[in-house]
Write a protein that binds this ligand. Sequence first.
Ligand code: MG
Ligand code: ZN
Length: 219
Amino acid sequence: MTEIIELEKKVLSENDRLASAIRNQLKAHHITALNFVSSPGSGKTSLLEKTLGALKDQLRIALIAGDVQTENDANRLIRAGGEMVKPMVTHDACHLEANMISGILPEFDLDKIDLLFIENVGNLVCPSSYDLGENMKVVLISTTEGDDKPAKYPAMFRRASVMVINKTDLLGTSDFDMDRVKKNALGINPGLRIFETSCRTGDGLDEWYAWLKTIVTQN
Ligand code: MG
Ligand code: ZN
């Protein structure tokens, strides 16, 4: 057991070293990077699709689409208008690591990017431990999930800067309690910025887009 813990520490410190090199590289090119995490099916790809479609003429957006086995999400994002989308198939690994990001970054022209989206593998556990060199983690939950997600996965909600509550068009069809989820999440991380969106109806997306434009301008 101790040996496993020691090995894990070593992997994580190597990851942190690489992540800080990535962060410096992105900063030198004035790129804002967001690491999107959620359970499978919360709507990361849908939100990114909508965002690419809406902002592609205003911001130069690149995207790394992490997926366990397929390039399906990357293909959806390319169809949505993403000109700089690369799939990152992890072959069964349940999270992205900094070495995967540093391996794929040379495929992009960093001088032509304002905003880099990294779609992590759907999982709220280990992606919280792996810094990818991003500016912020964005955690998504949807109204079709249990509203106790923040309580169950506090590390992720503590390390995220932003929480997007997606599928608001389905509110009322389950016991999901919007006030409870926000209160729980803010109890864990009072600085969390919260958006409520529906990719289906478009509700809340304008606020999300406006915020993205602001963080890019400020960076
Ligand atoms: Mg996806
Ligand atoms: Zn993992």
